[in-house]
Design a protein around this ligand. Structure first.
Ligand SMILES: Nc1ncnc2c1ncn2[C@@H]1O[C@H](COP(=O)(O)OP(=O)(O)O)[C@@H](O)[C@H]1O
Ligand SMILES: N[C@@H](CCC(=O)OP(=O)(O)O)C(=O)O
Length: 376
């Protein structure tokens, strides 16, 4: 605890007391300026993680750095732009990264297990359960799962593209008590700290605390991918599903695994969601859109009602019953996501009409309330 007398927020206490944690570290915190793996920093991170496990925690480490670690062995001066070379670099670099972690955790008699995921593994529910089972067994065996995106096979269409989001999904998947995002910056600031004059945000309790924040890109050398915007999106995803988040500097990992007054703490803004609702809200990719009139927007978002055909003003033509669709208002703003019960081709006949005007087989809800998640 810093300053002795400082009273730590509930969020920080929850991070400090978490029994199961997901910790994410970015590429820029693991690599040298010339692109090689920085084993001294990696060892320091591993010391912090192993120390936290020894204090009685189960920890999943989501580590970026495969592409960055592959640059030097392939004599590439900078991160490649094209997907094929990025994948080749990741293939080379992931091996180096996994070896470095195995060696480093070995100093603490800890075994690590590699888990490489694609977006499909958390988007498709059968795969989701499979990944969940693997994590449970690894953790039960005392192993530290080291997770990254399976960059070598992920195509543009099915890539997460950023590990901040992957870490938030993993935190939900393993039922983590907290998520810790470690970066090359020590906290969230109200503007990019590289431009000077920025003020540290210590606690985020809701969207209002972010109103003045400008979240910019990552490093100019392109080693990191998402910048602060992807960290904020990940923090929102987790905190809205009941998981407290701490964003802090990787160089301060011991204190970040806390409790301590470091970085930025994001308090929970919603209750824990079922796997299905979290999947609907954050992981599943939407196939089409349905536009709602103002009354239907109210009913769905405020009164948590099912969507009926009467409140629809238009749809795209590209979805089938059982697909995930976005529900949008008159300005095309997404207000909810849900599983649609009709093919797009069936809806033009039904929209705008009350249930009692419709034949019996078309009286069911277009999106049932149980299959619907409101997007805040
Ligand atoms: N509002 C902000 N607060 C803090 N950092 C910011 C902000 N806007 C932009 N940044 C930049 O985002 C960078 C972190 O993103 P990134 O390089 O992608 O990290 P990582 O490799 O850890 O995922 C920081 O180095 C910082 O300069
Ligand atoms: N999967 C990629 C990392 C993607 C990523 O999100 O990177 P970063 O912004 O450094 O966390 C890799 O290992 O190179």
């Amino acid at each position: 605890m810093s300053g002795g007398a400082a009273v730590l927020s509930e969020t920080r206490r929850r991070v400090g007391a978490a029994r199961r944690l997901v910790v994410k570290v970015g590429s820029s915190s693991l690599t040298t300026a010339s692109g090689g793996l920085d084993t001294a920093r990696l060892d320091a991170l591993v010391d912090a993680v192993a120390g936290r496990c020894a204090r009685g925690g189960q920890l999943v480490l989501v580590s970026s750095g495969a592409i960055a670690a592959g640059l030097a062995p392939l004599a590439l001066a900078r991160r490649p732009r094209d997907l094929a070379t990025q994948q080749a670099a990741a293939g080379v670099g992931q091996l180096a990264l996994a070896h470095a972690y195995a060696t480093s955790f070995g100093r603490h008699q800890r075994v690590v297990g590699q888990v490489l995921l694609t977006a499909d593994d958390v988007v498709r529910r059968a795969h989701y359960r499979n990944a969940q089972r693997t994590f449970e067994r690894l953790l039960a065996l005392g192993v530290v799962p080291v997770v990254n995106e399976n960059d070598t096979v992920a195509t543009d269409e099915i890539r997460f593209g950023d590990n901040d989001r992957l870490a938030a999904l993993a935190a939900h998947l393993v039922g983590a008590d907290a998520l810790v995002l470690l970066s090359d910056v020590d906290a969230l600031y109200d503007g990019d700290p590289r431009h000077g004059g920025a003020r540290r945000i210590t606690e985020v309790e809701g969207a209002g605390d972010l109103a003045e924040v400008r979240a910019g890109d990552g490093r100019a050398d392109g080693l990191g991918t998402g910048g602060m915007a992807s960290k904020l999106a990940a923090a929102r995803m987790a905190s809205s599903a009941g998981i407290p988040v701490l964003l802090a500097g990787a160089d301060d990992a011991v204190r970040a695994l806390g409790p301590a007054d470091v970085g930025t703490a994001f308090g929970v803004t919603g209750a824990r969601l079922s796997a299905r609702r979290f999947w609907l809200g954050h992981a599943a990719s939407a196939t089409g859109r349905i536009r709602l009139d103002d009354g239907a927007v109210q009913a769905v978002t405020q009164r948590r009602r099912s969507l009926l055909a009467a409140g629809i003003t238009g749809t795209t033509s590209d979805f089938h019953a059982g697909d995930v669709v976005e529900l949008v208002d008159g300005t095309e703003r997404v207000v909810a996501r849900g599983v649609v019960a009709y093919d797009a081709a069936e809806l033009p006949e039904l929209i705008g009409r009350s249930s009692h005007e419709l034949p019996a087989e078309f009286r069911r809800e277009v999106v049932h309330a149980d299959d619907l998640v409101v997007v805040s």
